[in-house]
Design a protein around this ligand. Structure first.
Ligand code: NAD
Length: 483
């Protein structure tokens, strides 16, 4: 077993300082649809992280550090064009690596291209200010790069997360080290290959695959970095923030969620239905912004329960390349976690269930999606992120109760409100504790332009949109006394 991606790049390699090389150790590369080992990937460690941070630092002293905003923007746009040309290749790579149904993997590749286009276009549009001050002074601010940024990303949406965090960091002129997840690093390597082809100078982007507790821990604690963007679980986020704290380095934490969709009795159920189910089963529920709680006002409860259950009955689960509604989970471990949660929900009523297709390979990590009812808001399945294809329906009486349930988990990533009543829309938007609130939709098609991030245990800081550019830059105030 070795190179799983011959002809384009080598899955065993790391990319440091513009050079592709093999690591001393490797990790197995698995196809979640079959459970088979399809190759190996690099197991980078502290030594490779040291080299990558040094390469990024050196790149800041080279042409990248002197590039104008327009030049940086052009490189990003070129990367976006190359991504666009390789959408199908990238989608297939991700489908094999993550188990994502092909259409969903394609959407991620399209989003990656769009992020590059967006941040390419934004590079020369962020400006400082002049500040009225004392007589005889001119005061202004400059937006400058942070320096070397660290990006630790999970396996569930590698391309989208590379797009939003790497795109914004490059836009502002940083150089960086990307540590993809050990379960899925192929599109990160492919992205590096395309960035190289687009003319991004050597050392500006370094990719070090490896284990979290090795490469990830070494990166987050490295004294040579100036910022950490971490997307992943709460417990690792806490460790990353602690490690970065030792070096007094700012951290963006994009963590998990238990995001509710709230339907009032006047909701347009026809319009809501596809959003309700899709937000629970997309990427087999392994989505930080998955909507795993559906809150329904009592008068509408039976109708929504019945119509969602019907949709669940039509959901098919199978290999990524069959491109069904639901693919496998990422790993045997993730399947175990999700099945553990489903066992904790054995006291609940199963309203609807999808089915695993007969020809799904026996070694694949398949879980049939489940729609559950009968939980109290404090039930573990109504409180904790499951990160698998399961949704819990919860009834409520009035706005007061809806807000209490929605805000009652300590997590706050995304929420949505379905109602035709404009005043209620406004009230709910204000009262919901979440980084994004949608009215009569959910997710808004990915939203490259829309700032995203959590409150509470869902994290802090914002990525995506223009807002991310503030996080990936720092402000310098300049006061000139000229009399
Ligand atoms: P994880 O925290 O286990 O891993 C995420 C990344 O951190 C991986 O690259 C991993 O190698 C690395 N890592 C692991 N241990 C580390 C350590 N000690 N030090 C430094 N890095 C380490 O998370 P996961 O299971 O891969 O992803 C699932 C979680 O991510 C879920 O909770 C999900 O909600 C969250 N997530 C959040 C967002 C968001 O934008 N808010 C997006 C995707 C996923």
């Amino acid at each position: 077993m070795g190179n799983a991606t011959s002809g384009w790049f080598d899955s065993r390699e790391l990319f440091i300082g513009g050079n592709w090389s093999e690591a001393a150790d490797t990790l197995p590369l698995e196809n979640p649809s079959t459970g088979e080992e399809i190759g190996t990937i690099a197991r980078g460690g502290a030594g490779e992280i040291d080299a990558a941070v040094a390469a990024a630092r050196a790149a800041l002293d080279g042409p990248w550090g002197r590039a104008t905003a327009v030049e940086r923007g052009r490189v990003l746009v070129r990367i976006g064009q190359l991504v666009q040309e390789r959408i199908e290749d990238l989608a297939r790579l991700e489908a094999h690596d993550v188990g994502k149904p092909l259409t969903q993997a394609r959407n991620d590749a399209i989003a990656l291209a769009r992020y590059m286009e967006f941040y390419g276009g934004a590079a020369d549009k962020l400006m400082g200010e002049t500040i009225p001050y004392l007589d005889g002074y001119t005061v202004y601010t400059l937006r400058e790069p942070l320096g070397v940024t660290a990006h630790i990303i999970p396996w569930n949406y590698p391309m989208q997360i590379i797009g939003r965090s790497v795109g914004a960091a490059l836009c502002m002129g940083n150089a960086l080290v990307l540590k993809p997840a050990e379960e899925a690093c192929l599109t990160a390597l492919a992205f590096a290959r395309l960035a190289e082809e687009a003319g991004l100078p050597a050392g500006v982007l370094n990719v070090v695959p490896g284990l979290g507790e090795e490469a990830g821990a070494a990166l987050s604690a490295h004294p040579g970095i100036d910022h950490v963007s971490f997307t992943g679980s709460l417990s690792v986020g806490q460790a990353v923030q602690k490690a970065a704290g030792e070096n007094v380095v700012p951290v963006t934490l994009e963590l998990g969620g238990k995001s509710p969709q709230i339907l009032f009795e006047d909701a347009n159920v026809d319009a809501a239905l596809p959003f309700l189910v899709n937000a629970g089963i997309q990427n087999a529920g392994q989505t930080c912004s998955a909507s795993s709680r559906i809150l329904v006002q009592r008068a509408l409860f039976d109708e929504v329960a019945g119509r969602m259950a019907e949709r669940y009955g039509a959901l098919r689960v199978g290999p990524a390349m069959s491109d069904l509604e639901v693919g496998p989970l990422i790993s045997a471990r993730q399947k175990q976690i999700v099945e553990g949660y489903l066992r904790l929900g054995s006291d609940l009523e199963v309203l609807g269930e999808g089915r695993i297709v007969e020809d799904a390979p026996a070694g694949g990590h398949y879980v049939a999606p489940r729609l559950l009812s009968g939980a109290t808001p404090s039930h573990v399945l109504a409180q904790e992120e499951i990160f698998g294809p399961a949704q819990v329906l919860l009834p409520f009486e009035d706005e007061e109760e809806a807000v209490a349930i929605a805000n009652g988990t300590g997590l706050g990533l995304v929420a949505s409100v379905w109602t035709e009543n404009g005043a209620r829309q406004m009230r709910m938007v204000k009262r919901l504790r979440a980084g994004q609130v949608f009215v009569n939709n959910y997710g808004a098609g990915g939203g490259v332009e829309l700032p995203f991030g959590g409150v509470g245990k869902s994290g802090h800081g914002r990525e995506k949109g223009f807002e991310a550019l503030y996080a990936f830059s720092q402000l310098k105030t300049v006061a000139c006394l000229h009399g």
